[in-house]
Design a protein around this ligand. Sequence first.
Ligand SMILES: Cc1cc2nc3c(=O)[nH]c(=O)nc-3n(C[C@H](O)[C@H](O)[C@H](O)COP(=O)(O)OP(=O)(O)OC[C@H]3O[C@@H](n4cnc5c(N)ncnc54)[C@H](O)[C@@H]3O)c2cc1C
Ligand code: FES
Length: 251
Amino acid sequence: MRVYVPQLTKLAKPGQFVHVRCSSGLDPLLRRPISLHGIDYGKGTISLLYQVVGTGTRLLAEMAPGDEIDVMGPLGKGFTVPDGIKKALVVGGGIGVAPLFPLIHSLKHYGIQQTVLLGARSADFIIGREQLELLGVKVKIATDDGSLGYKGFVTRLAEDEISGGTPDYFFACGPNPMLKGLISLTKGFGLSGQVSLEEYMGCGVGACLACVCKSKAAAGREPDDSAEGFEYKKVCVDGPVFEASEVILDD
Ligand SMILES: Cc1cc2nc3c(=O)[nH]c(=O)nc-3n(C[C@H](O)[C@H](O)[C@H](O)COP(=O)(O)OP(=O)(O)OC[C@H]3O[C@@H](n4cnc5c(N)ncnc54)[C@H](O)[C@@H]3O)c2cc1C
Ligand code: FES
């Protein structure tokens, strides 16, 4: 879905999201967070890529061109591209590929080489392959059922890439088990990166605590749980993008 919001677009950065009111009535009551999948600064539009999983996304899918939509944003902290990166590994799982597109454009703009790994349960759920190839980006695919590309988890492809020694940084978004596997893998190789997390949200602006995730307690800070040494962060304002080394993902 492409949305004309010039004021919002001006401020938008890769990795941020908008909080979308999907209905003019009371169901669903809460807005739904959807990532910025495209940012067209020239045209003043953002694009959203979503998977229909419940009432909110179904209502979005029923909208027609020209309808008005209430979007709040841009929200959250997006990706930052650290200085000195030469080759990045970008890993997207399922619909998690959505926020990676503006980042991929940005990496291309900075002349940073990149390999994009896309993982999904089957070929039907692989999103964006053609667009990425048109951009001239190297894409590798993994599907759980082997219907396209490597049969197995995308983390296995990531392992091959990293053990091949080429990437010096990684970015990822996808389901928590994928991120968890990737964080543990990259830690073993000493590879730094950023991950974009998803949590159910209420307010989207840091007020309701619906979206907390665990983070390693910063040095000198009193942890929320002294036995475990973690503190809580809000995905909506402290994230959704975090340094991979700081997040703790539960099973
Ligand atoms: C920062 C961020 C960015 C996102 N970007 C995108 C995006 O770009 N594209 C996209 O498709 N999605 C994205 N999402 C996910 C999307 O916001 C959710 O899937 C959203 O809940 C869909 O709303 P819905 O009303 O269609 O479905 P919902 O009614 O919210 O239900 C979705 C599914 O989740 C289950 N569920 C609902 N509430 C809970 C709960 N509290 N605990 C466990 N399970 C629950 C439901 O049973 C159902 O299976 C993003 C989420 C975050 C946090
Ligand atoms: S959604 Fe309310 S604090 Fe994050």
